[in-house]
Design a protein around this ligand. Structure first.
Ligand code: FAD
Ligand code: UDP
Length: 374
């Protein structure tokens, strides 16, 4: 017998919201369930003193994917915010990502030729190695000074383990350039949704039934009876009741503070790269939207060990976890009525643009499959 909904979508984060929107647009009946008391997943913002606070960490949309950029623009416009974070190290401020400004502040060099020569000296023997871990990758790319000042401390507190025991790919995300360009991203497009991320999510979920405060895994038999197909965007190991073992995640703790001053740090993001400072960054939210409010809200972001009950923010994609995840993936393939998507179910460190692209692709694949079945 035909069930009430075509799709039960577990998780109202970006992945679930994009998928629900596409399915509804194709005439499918969707029910979204979300265990938190709000939609949006980690892009959700909460307003304090007229300032939109990125409750689960700073989110900056950046992409070179025209399809994704056009898609998000069908719901909301974007402002001209460009992420240009600073690094605070031993009382001094440096520009990020690593560029001519950083090299000048660090070594006093002024031209690209001087900077290149200095870097060659710094990279020394590491220039020719095949990096086996993050530490070697960073030393090969940037040499000793940059690694010691900006990478080692930040990375080790962020991930809770030695840089030499982390996969190299984590550091490949940071741009490195010989121009005076402080844009943290190399992408064609960048910005913050006008009116905030909640507007983007509300636009996607418009007209779709969403049940908040509902943990799918606590109401599984009842909810499974409602829909033909389930899209699950939560943790894949939890879906299978950890039967093959627990995947490792890294968690975060956010300390939000309302300050009675107009401008605390003059920039949206300042990274604290020393190991001795317990937080990795301070975010001043109003600067994402060029706010002129009389007060300000800042957030200190503390890396935290993960255990059940805490928020699993980052997958730890090392060899052991990747192997375990692949076993879960094989298990998931035996459940044809369940689709798995998003950064938790795919156990992947994916940005918003990739999340959106993957959700659009999955929706397209599903609709094609439905067409063939007809
Ligand atoms: P999520 O946003 O985690 O959504 C999953 C949802 O599913 C959650 O709401 C969760 O509550 C719900 N859920 C889980 N299990 C269940 C269950 N059993 N029942 C019901 N509901 C459930 N990307 C960028 O492009 N730019 C950035 O600047 C950026 N900054 C980031 C900063 C931080 C600190 C983090 C952690 C990520 C950042 N990202 C950034 C990545 C971005 O957050 C993700 O790409 C995107 O939010 C992933 O969406 P998702 O739907 O897969 O996951
Ligand atoms: N990183 C660092 N120093 C910095 C910023 C980043 O060493 O000042 C490293 C760190 O290992 C981090 C990775 O680069 O996990 C990726 O940084 P990004 O800012 O892209 O991380 P995210 O915003 O996704 O946490």
């Amino acid at each position: 017998m035909k069930k009430k909904y075509d799709y039960l979508i577990v998780g109202a984060g970006l992945f679930g919201s994009v998928f629900a929107q596409q399915m509804k647009a194709a005439g499918k009946q969707c029910l979204v369930v979300e265990k938190r008391s709000h939609a949006g997943g980690n892009v959700y913002c909460e307003e304090t003193a007229g300032i939109r606070v990125h409750k689960y960490g700073a989110h900056i949309m950046h992409t070179s994917n025209k399809r994704v950029w056009d898609y998000v623009h069908s719901f909301v416009g974007f402002n001209r915010f460009t992420n240009s974070p600073l690094a605070f190290y031993k009382g001094n401020l440096y520009n990020l990502p690593f560029n001519m400004n950083t090299f000048k502040q660090l070594w006093g060099v002024k031209t690209p030729a001087e900077a290149t020569a200095k870097l060659e000296e710094q990279r020394g023997v590491y220039a020719h190695i095949e990096p086996a871990n993050l530490e070697e990758q960073a030393l090969k790319l940037c040499g000793e000074d940059i690694y010691r000042c900006f990478i080692k401390g930040y990375t080790e507190k962020q991930w809770g383990r030695e840089a030499a025991k982390l996969p190299a790919f984590i550091i490949k995300r940071i741009p490195f350039r010989f121009t005076y360009d402080n844009d943290y991203f190399n992408d064609d497009h960048q910005g913050i949704p006008e009116g905030g991320y909640n507007r983007l999510i509300d636009g996607m979920l418009d007209g779709i039934e969403v049940r908040l405060d509902t943990d799918y895994l606590e109401h599984r038999s009842e909810l499974d009876g409602l829909a033909d197909t389930v899209l699950f965007t939560g943790c894949i190991d939890r879906f299978f009741d950890y039967r093959l073992g627990c995947l490792e995640y890294r968690s975060l703790r956010f300390e939000h503070e309302h300050l009675d001053m107009e401008n605390y740090q003059g920039n949206a993001v300042v990274n604290y790269t020393e190991k001795g400072v317990p937080y990795t960054r301070i975010i001043e939210h109003k600067h994402f939207e060029f706010g002129t409010q009389p007060a300000t809200v800042i957030t200190r972001e503390y890396p935290d060990d993960y255990r059940t009950g805490k928020e699993p923010y980052y997958p730890v994609n090392d060899e052991a976890n990747t192997k375990l995840f692949n076993q879960y993936r094989e298990l998931a393939a035996q459940y044809p009525a369940v689709l798995f998507g998003g950064r938790l179910a795919q156990y992947a460190y994916i940005d918003m643009d990739d999340t959106i692209e993957l959700a659009l692709n999955l929706a397209e694949k599903e609709l094609t499959k439905n067409e063939i079945r007809k």
